[in-house]
Design a protein around this ligand. Sequence first.
Ligand code: GAR
Length: 208
Amino acid sequence: MKKKVGVLVSGRGSNLQALLDACADPVFPAEIVLVISNVPGVHALERAKRAGVATTVIPHKGFASREAFDAEMDKALRAAGVEIVCLAGFMRLLSAGFAEAWRERMINIHPALLPSFKGLHTHRRAIEAGVKLHGCTVHLVTPDLDDGPILVQKAVPVLAADDEDTLAARVLEQEHLAYPQALRLLAEGRVRVEGNRALIDDAPTDNA
Ligand code: GAR
C-alpha cells in the first residue's frame, strides 16, 4: 500500500513538482492525496491540479492564532487520510502542538546544510560567510525551527562568481533530488530515530 502524503506549500512549488513526478512512478511507495496552501493563487496549486491532486487553500490570515490555523490544516490532512506530511516551501512557523502531532511523520526541505544557516536568506548568508560548500537538507520536523533529525543532505560548491541567484539555482537542482529520496525512505519505513539522529535501514522493511 502506498503511503498517503499531504504537501504544505506557500509559493512556486518546484519541490512539490519533484514529489509529484516521483509519485507518478507506479513503484514509488507514496502518493500525494492533498496539497494545502496558506496563500491563494500560488503556482504550486496549479501544479497539483495539473497532476489531478486535490487542493485546499487555508489562508492563515483568517485565523486568530497559529494554533487555530494549524488545527484547520490538521483536520484537512486527517480527513484526506494523510499519513506523511511534506513541507515544500511552506513559509509559516508551525505550532508545537502540530509538530508534536506529526512527529516522525512530517518532513521539511531547507535550502542549506543544517545545522548551518537556519532561517531565511540562506544563500546570501552562505556567500557572506565564505563557505565553500552549501546545499540542502531534508529533515524530520520538530517544534524547533529548521531542527530535527536529518534524512538526506546534498552539497554543492560555492563558486567565486556566485551570487544569491546562481547559488540558489544550483542548490534547487539538488533539492529536487533530495526530497523524493527522503520521502521514499520515510514511506518505506526505513527511518529509525535515536536522539537527534535518523538512522536509515538499508533494506525496506515490511511495513505494508
Ligand atoms: C525551496 O528552496 C525550499 O528549500 C525553501 O523555499 C523554496 C521553495 O521553493 N524553503 C524554505 O526556505 C523553508 N524555510 P519551491 O516552492 O519551488 O519548492
